[in-house]
Design a protein around this ligand. Sequence first.
Ligand code: ADP
Ligand code: NMN
Length: 227
Amino acid sequence: MLHHPLEIPNRVRPGPSISARSVAGPEGTVYLSATSQINISMTNGGKTTLTNSLLKSLPNCCVIHQDDFFKPQDQIAVGEDGFKQWDVLESLDMEAMLSTVQAWMSSPRKFARAHGVSVQLDASDTHILILEGFLLYSYKPLVDLYSRRYFLTVPYEECKWRRSTRRYMVPDPPGLFDGHVWPMYQKYKREMEANGVEVVYLDGTKSREELFHQVLEDIQNSLLNRS
Ligand SMILES: Nc1ncnc2c1ncn2[C@@H]1O[C@H](COP(=O)(O)OP(=O)(O)O)[C@@H](O)[C@H]1O
Ligand SMILES: NC(=O)c1ccc[n+]([C@@H]2O[C@H](COP(=O)(O)O)[C@@H](O)[C@H]2O)c1
């Protein structure tokens, strides 16, 4: 069963869900034969919002959400600080996420169809996979597969405020943001930069529309440049 992220109340998704839709490009747009993986990162940076807009505008586009790969709560370690360590790589089943991405790579068309999506039949045969997640650039087997890496950033105060308005499947206990979420975000970002992972930084305080148009244009250009 396919779920569009917007249709899931309180962002609860029961088990891995793949979003996909097939749409025609705007008149005059040329999509070249290509398969691309695109990634978008940082908690509350606006990833889901941006992804939902892209999904409606890109041809044969599937989305995999990293937070569908959180391990069950009883497998999440408690740190010395007393918080459950949700924001570390070990709390995610990244092997399962990698397998899902590999299934798409081996046959994007079959993958989309297997998830109930009718694939657009045209000469261009472009397929796009968006990975949406807060910790995508720290798992080496996946990092090397991406065609384009976007990193949405918002300042500390904005991120904390946005986060305070969110209700996760497991609600944040008091102090989690300052005690765990923000320090882990900073740690992984530092490591990513030290490892030389190339990302396109996006200013998450820009308007939703501006971000959408910026990224859509960038993706379309990168598809054209692959010819
Ligand atoms: N460009 C933006 N400007 C202002 N608020 C935004 C923007 N994009 C998203 N938001 C809001 O920020 C919150 C988190 O957005 P969301 O897309 O769910 O983030 P993420 O998936 O990165 O955690 C939501 O309340 C959303 O409406
Ligand atoms: N989906 C879940 O099961 C779950 C549980 C606890 C915390 N979280 C939070 O989800 C965040 C990542 O998701 P977003 O990128 O949508 O904010 C992490 O910072 C993590 O603390 C998710």
